[in-house]
Design a protein. Structure first.
Length: 309
């Protein structure tokens, strides 16, 4: 049974925010202040979406989205914003009033000593208050909350780290050590991750310069498999599904979103054909060189978010 609301939001590095209404094919563009966006969250309770602006290096929220209707280009009202603390933001994870942004800036200018930062903001009625900044011991990219635990992509590797009870355990500025880091056999370089109802989807960009070697890896019963893996160990390829090959149109899948009710993966593909938004149905029962079930051309696609009621 399909929902009356099936909205896929996508952002680009040229500052576009676009919504695809999957049921009827209507596309809506939103004019925002940013000229480079990476990271997106829609709140139906607030009828507002939040983006991470790489051009202004801050969080921005836009209001009254439903009232604007669908189709054409809309000019949403800007709501609360954060100060320009960020340098190279990559992803956004939300847990209640806490908004966490990953930043992959090389702090010491030495590529042999990778580090990243996690900016923890509290959303208030007047703005985004920067609560604290945490320095990670690796270059960070994608973020995802599972309950109170924050999972973070260890960029330039096939690994994912977890910080248990993240918000409460890290109230102050400091260098943080992950509680566990686990690799994924068969994966080259992780960027995006998304979790829903026991299933984690990881994106593999492969070689950054290649427009045809991307992949998706699907892990069912993710928490059990992650917990059973040793710190510094890996989850075997036999415990995952992998979508890869020329038919997939995956080159640099930089961001993903998974919806368990529809068992569909949406992908922000940054490089193939200049950029696309892709979708793969039956996500937990397919693998191999599978063509996408949906594709939209979108130059410089950077992030995706799916909303359904």
């Amino acid at each position: 049974m399909t929902s009356d609301t099936a909205q896929l939001y996508a952002t680009t590095h040229s500052g576009q925010v676009r919504r695809y209404d999957i049921n009827d094919g209507v596309e809506t563009n939103y004019s925002v202040a940013s000229t480079d966006v990476e990271g997106f969250f829609f709140s139906p309770e607030e009828d507002a979406f939040t983006i991470i602006s790489r051009s202004s290096n801050r969080i921005e929220t836009y209001l009254n989205i439903k009232a604007l209707g669908a189709g054409g280009t809309k000019d949403p009202e800007m709501g609360v914003v954060g100060t320009s603390n960020l340098e190279s933001p990559r992803d956004l994870a939300v847990n209640g009033q806490f908004y966490v942004v990953s930043d992959n800036t090389d702090l010491d200018g030495d590529e042999t000593t990778p580090e990243g930062r996690l900016f923890v903001y509290i959303k208030t009625e007047s703005g985004f208050v920067l609560r604290n900044i945490l320095i990670t011991k690796f270059k960070v990219w994608g973020l995802e909350f599972i309950g109170s635990d924050l999972y973070a992509v260890v960029d330039e590797t096939n690994k994912v780290a977890v910080y248990k009870n993240f918000i409460e355990s890290n109230p102050n500025n400091r260098i943080v050590t992950a509680d566990k880091i686990v690799g994924f056999q068969g994966l080259i370089r992780t960027h995006g991750l998304d979790y829903d109802k026991g299933i984690m989807v990881l994106s593999d960009i492969g070689e950054a310069e290649s427009a045809s070697d991307g992949a998706l890896q699907i892990i069912e019963n993710f928490e059990a498999k992650f917990n059973n893996a040793t710190n510094g160990g890996f989850i075997e390829a036999s415990d995952q599904l992998r979508i890869f090959g020329g038919n997939t149109l995956l080159g640099n899948p930089v961001n993903v979103v998974y919806n368990a009710n529809y068992n569909v993966i949406f992908v922000a593909e940054a490089l193939n054909n200049g950029g696309r938004v892709l979708a793969f149905n039956n996500a937990t029962s397919i693998s191999g060189n599978i063509a996408p079930d949906l594709k939209y051309d979108l130059a410089g696609a950077s992030s995706v978010f799916y909303f359904t009621e």
